[in-house]
Design a protein around this ligand. Structure first.
Ligand SMILES: Nc1ncnc2c1ncn2[C@@H]1O[C@H](COP(=O)(O)OP(=O)(O)OP(=O)(O)O)[C@@H](O)[C@H]1O
Ligand SMILES: [Mg+2]
Length: 345
């Protein structure tokens, strides 16, 4: 115990946003030290054993481009752990990287996880961090971290609402008085937008494109609202019937049509959450509006779309891709002050 405490003195405590698309690590007093895709590349040996080849950016570039003996995996999908062993390796690798390979450090680690994780999945995350050297692991749920990271007054006797649209999930939360009053998590996020875009292009242009191209299209010309002048983009893929390489021009209207359904699901869920809270809290939110966080908040026009649908002010948090990490970091810097908020579940 004493030894643990002594080692703790030399360790940088860490805050980790364990996202399905990106993992961000913050060191106490230092800010963001790692921000990389949540992807692991494994080498499969002839005897079937697997070893970690790369983690993060390097591994993401391998997605869809691997020879038979290499596998690039995203261990978290739709807000749940899709592959336990690989998730464990990834968490371990990021913590080791945060400590520059120093083996003797024993940090305290706060990890922000998707709201919907089961007890077994939460335990996997805890065990991975512990096996990577953490002396204490505290898990917090994403809507809470997002609310703090978006700068919402979570301690005030006033309702604030956040919608975090990540890669795997959208998490909606209403906070007040140091607690999460209402929340909802749906398996809709950037990944689903991409799937719909890929499917739409296959149907409309008979062209097969990969997940990575789907993301590029979404980021470059994706939009939630109709544009005065639609944007266009040339894309390459494989012709569905001939199998040959082919190019096509797609427009932002194609993308808007493709993602209309998942957007509708997000708006409906937010509407339901609003209908379930007390009139007092609803009144607060009519006044203060809804904060959008997560990479999905960067989708063109999403704020305008949701504002119109919900008849409420909607604003994008500063650096939405970092809101959850910043919120988790704030909890790490001030564990005592956020004690109640972290553990109200
Ligand atoms: N400019 C952009 N326009 C639209 N989507 C974007 C943009 N930039 C990033 N994204 C998307 O944001 C998603 C990643 O967001 P984020 O890092 O918040 O997710 P995450 O925290 O890893 O996932 P989750 O919270 O679901 O576990 C990806 O799907 C990515 O394609
Ligand atoms: Mg997230």
């Amino acid at each position: 115990m004493l030894w643990d405490k002594l080692l703790g003195l030399f360790s940088d405590d860490l805050a980790i946003d364990l996202g399905t698309a990106n993992t961000i690590v913050i060191a106490k007093g230092k800010g963001i030290i790692i921000s990389e895709p949540s992807v692991v590349a494994l080498r499969i040996e002839p005897n079937g054993e697997k070893s970690v080849l790369a983690v993060g950016k390097e591994a993401k570039e391998m997605l869809g481009r691997t020879p038979e003996n290499i596998e690039a995996i995203r261990p978290l999908k739709e807000g749940v752990i899709a592959d336990f062993d690989v998730a464990q390796e990834m968490i371990r690798a990021f913590i080791a990287k945060a400590h520059n390979g120093k083996r003797w450090v024993r940090p305290r680690v706060i990890i922000c996880v998707p709201y919907g994780l089961t007890q077994v999945e939460r335990k996997t995350v805890e065990d991975s961090a512990q096996s990577a050297g953490a002396r204490e692991v505290i898990l917090v749920e994403e809507p809470k971290a997002a609310a703090i990271g978006a700068g919402l007054p979570v301690k005030d006797p006033k309702g604030s609402m956040v919608i975090d649209i990540g890669g795997g999930t959208t998490e909606i939360g209403i906070v007040s008085l140091d607690g999460l009053v209402k929340s909802k998590s749906l398996k809709v996020g950037g990944d689903r937008f991409e799937e719909e875009i890929v499917e739409h292009i296959r149907k409309k242009h008979k062209l097969i494109v990969g997940e990575q191209t789907g993301e590029e299209i979404k980021i470059t010309i994706g939009t939630a609202i109709e544009l005065d002048e639609p944007k266009k983009m040339q894309i390459k893929g494989r012709d569905e019937s001939t199998g040959l390489l082919k190019e096509a021009e797609i427009s932002s209207e194609d993308v808007r049509e493709a993602i209309a359904k998942p957007l509708e699901e997000i708006a409906n869920a937010a509407q339901e959450v609003l209908e379930e809270v007390s009139p007092e809290l609803a009144g607060d939110i009519i006044e203060s509006g809804i904060a959008l966080t997560g990479g999905g908040a960067l989708l063109n026009g999403l704020d305008v779309y949701l504002s119109k649908r919900l008849q409420l002010p909607v604003f994008i948090a500063e650096d939405p891709l970092l809101s959850v990490a910043k919120g988790t970091g704030a909890m790490l810097e001030n564990i005592d002050s956020y004690k109640h908020f972290m553990s109200d579940r």
